[in-house]
Design a protein around this ligand. Structure first.
Ligand SMILES: Cc1cc2nc3c(=O)[nH]c(=O)nc-3n(C[C@H](O)[C@H](O)[C@H](O)COP(=O)(O)OP(=O)(O)OC[C@H]3O[C@@H](n4cnc5c(N)ncnc54)[C@H](O)[C@@H]3O)c2cc1C
Length: 337
């Protein structure tokens, strides 16, 4: 029998953030996970705080804002090993904007730049957190296991409710795309993303992202020892191997975007990538949304609850702390605290 009151399923960014919040509030927590860093989808994320990838419905807006605050705190703390820092993000649009983006009110130093670049009709800038996932995922794991004394149990679960038989009272389901099988949620679909890490690009000190169109996205995120070039948004593509032709197209789009913004990007700037990655985003497709996050408490008879927290699609890093706060509230409501 487990002595831990709460079982969190999943050790991606969503599960780790939830488990950390629950430990910080004094609960006993064990994580159960088939995959851990560096093998989760979360490890393959860009990752920049990306409010533009989520619509601004009230819950998503609340989670996004709460996450923003936490990431800014992490960026400002002294422990640089967490891999979170603040950056200027420039978003480029093909046509002039009719109104400011929904997220413009809560981010630091937002401005509609007024500067026009060839090919684009508008652009905005703001200060947002960026997460070096090669450092951030190991840091989250260390924070849970070493600083907070949490436990991670490796292995695949076939049935979620088997965890109740081990003595857990509440299960927090952060299984991402795995929720499709684990709780038979047929709204779960993969949205594949491909990207490359290339050597740092001289003089580039801002993240740049182009308004996305269909299955493609174009973004360049500089980190300390590599630069991310992305990407794709391919619905129902299950292959986790990067495809040469797609990578070549990403490089070309990124090069054109950099040149339009006044940066030097010679034809061979991405010839020898440091690594290439593909990951399956856990999209939950309901109506016209493909980020219909499921964050709710399901009661299974007396004294048994499952708090679901999955389906974050293109924005799981961005939403992680806001959703973790609400998931922890739901757990405490269930336990009557
Ligand atoms: C190329 C790419 C770029 C991205 N860029 C960004 C970005 O810039 N900003 C941003 O906010 N987001 C970005 N994302 C999206 C983000 O990565 C995802 O939304 C996020 O990682 C989802 O986290 P998760 O913890 O829900 O899922 P995962 O990281 O997939 O974790 C799921 C966990 O559940 C476990 N699990 C599942 N089923 C079972 C089972 N049956 N038994 C036991 N364990 C199980 C898994 O093993 C794993 O530990 C990007 C994604 C990709 C692929």
């Amino acid at each position: 029998m487990s002595t831990h009151e709460i079982a969190v399923v999943g050790a991606g960014v969503v599960g780790l953030s939830c488990a950390i919040r629950l430990r910080e509030r004094g609960h006993s927590v064990a994580i159960y996970a088939e995959k851990q860093t560096p093998n989760t989808t979360s490890d393959r994320a860009g990752a920049v705080f990306s409010p533009f990838r989520i619509d601004g419905h009230p819950a998503a807006a609340r989670w996004t804002q709460a996450s923003y605050r936490t990431f800014v705190e992490l960026a400002e703390q002294s422990d640089a090993s967490c891999g979170v820092s603040l950056t200027t993000l420039r978003e480029l649009f093909f046509a002039p904007l009719e109104q400011h983006p929904w997220w413009s009110e809560f981010v630091q130093d937002y401005e509609r730049s007024g500067e026009l670049f060839p090919r684009y009709g508008d652009s905005v800038r703001a200060v947002v957190p960026k997460m070096d996932m090669r450092r951030y995922m190991p840091w989250l794991t260390r924070r849970f296991v070493e600083s907070l004394g949490g436990r991670i149990v490796p292995g695949e679960l076939v049935r979620l409710d088997a965890l109740f038989d081990l003595g857990h009272r509440v299960i927090v389901n952060c299984s991402g795309l795995g929720a499709g099988e684990l709780v038979m949620d047929r709204a779960m679909r993969p949205r594949r993303g491909q990207l490359l890490h290339v050597a740092p690009i001289a003089g580039l000190d801002e993240c740049i992202v182009e308004e996305s169109r269909g299955a493609t996205a174009t973004y360049v995120f500089p980190f300390e020892d590599y630069t991310v070039l992305g990407g794709t948004y391919e619905l129902d593509a299950w292959c986790e191997m990067p495809q040469e032709a797609d990578l070549a197209a990403i490089v070309e789009r990124c090069r054109a975007m950099l040149v339009a913004c006044g940066y030097q990007a010679p034809a061979d700037f991405a010839e020898r990538p440091l690594r290439t990655l593909a990951g399956l985003r856990p999209s939950r497709c309901v109506g016209d949304s493909d980020e219909a996050v499921r964050l709710e408490c399901e009661r299974l008879g007396d004294h048994r609850w499952i708090v679901h927290n999955y389906g974050h699609g293109r924005a799981g890093v961005t939403l992680s702390w806001g959703c973790a706060d609400q998931a922890a509230d739901l757990v405490e409501e269930a336990l009557g605290r």
